[in-house]
Ligand binder design. Structure first.
Ligand SMILES: *Cc1c(COP(=O)(O)O)cnc(C)c1O
Length: 339
């Protein structure tokens, strides 16, 4: 038996999800004739207080379509240096939208209004116009850290004062809401556009839904086509999303409990130098300099536990739908055994 703690993208669709997919009523979604896609888009838009939604094949495409919709070439985007948009999307903001970036160092990935305000370029012909702020909730490289709404409302105020758009990468937004108990609708209303990932904690094979005003989504639909993301009978994937909204949201707290149990063991071990606070389903820690990260990961793997290095001495463990209590116990045993 192996336990895969590398990522919450590793989940396979459950029998219930596959049944829901098989039974989906589908049509050509490029022609806007797929009823299941429309239902998913409307359901998520309503839940987050937005006018419209757009099903995208990946979170990366949703992010890039949003940036393309909210900015003009030559402008600047502002984000924390750990964000997925900056770290893990091959510089697509520059390639596809012609944006430059200014990265800030927030608190475990989280920015504040006080940090953003002085980073905005003055209205000066020498400077790129800072036109969008990108947030991520939860913050992956912040160890699954969670923003609270009041801080984001303060950021929104700064954005309004400077005519900047506010975008939220919500690949794990449902994990954040499960922890904070804040309302989805309040979060949706706090930002101009946001995306909701379906293929992480929610356990779908693929899909991210972009949300925004009717006008923004209409423009985004065009950019999605330009980027090659218009798909045909994609209601089969949307059906997985609808199934996940019904069956896989309330259980996220269980993933968070399992992550805390892993963290409780990790922090007592000699090889753990610095464990980031565990708020959701991600356990991130620095390995003691006496240990080699590659050798450490291999040692865990030979015990049947798969983990991933996040650069340097950072090691990540992620809990998800496919980690049951038996898997958790195996992982805890192996972590206790590694000297
Ligand atoms: C995984 C992830 C994405 C990208 O999603 P894909 O579907 O893999 O393209 C974007 N942002 C964050 C924070 C992620 O964790």
């Amino acid at each position: 038996m192996t336990v895969d703690l590398r990522s919450d993208t590793m989940t396979r669709p459950t029998a219930g999800m596959l049944d829901a997919m098989r039974q989906a009523v589908v049509g050509d979604d490029v022609w806007e004739e797929d009823p299941t896609v429309k239902t998913l888009e409307h359901t998520l838009a309503a839940r987050f207080g937005k006018e419209a939604g757009l099903f995208c094949p990946t979170g990366t495409m949703a992010n890039q379509v949003a940036l393309k919709t909210l900015t003009q070439p030559g402008q600047e985007l502002l984000c924390d240096y750990t964000t997925h948009i900056y770290q893990y999307e091959s510089g697509a903001y520059a390639l596809l939208s012609g944006l430059s970036t200014k990265v800030l160092h927030g608190d475990r990935g989280r920015l504040s209004a006080e940090q953003i305000r002085p980073a905005i370029n003055a209205d000066d012909i020498h400077k790129a116009r800072t036109s969008v702020v990108c947030l991520e909730n939860t913050c992956n490289k912040g160890g699954g850290s969670v923003y609270r709404l009041p801080g984001v409302l303060a950021i929104r105020q700064v954005c309004r004062e400077h005519g900047m758009a506010l975008y939220l990468d919500g690949a794990r937004l449902f994990n954040a809401l499960a922890l904070s108990g804040e309302s989805a609708e309040d979060w949706g209303r706090a930002v101009d556009m946001l995306c909701i990932g379906l293929s992480k904690g929610l356990g779908c094979p693929a899909g991210t839904v972009l949300l925004g005003s009717r006008a923004h989504i209409q423009q985004a639909r065009r950019w999605r086509k330009v980027f090659g993301g218009g798909m045909r009978q994609v209601g089969y994937l949307a059906a997985a999303g609808l199934y996940a909204l019904e069956h896989h949201v309330d259980r996220l707290a269980e993933d968070h409990r399992k992550a805390r149990e892993l963290a409780n063991v990790v922090q007592q071990r000699p090889w753990c130098r610095d464990l980031l606070p565990v708020e959701t389903n991600i356990v991130l820690f620095h390995l003691d300099p006496a240990y080699d990260p590659d050798a450490f990961i291999l040692a865990l793997e030979s015990g049947g536990v798969q983990t991933i290095g996040m650069g340097g001495d950072l090691i990540r463990l992620v809990t998800h739908l496919d980690i049951d209590d038996q898997g958790l116990q195996l992982a805890l045993d192996v972590l206790r055994r590694i000297p």
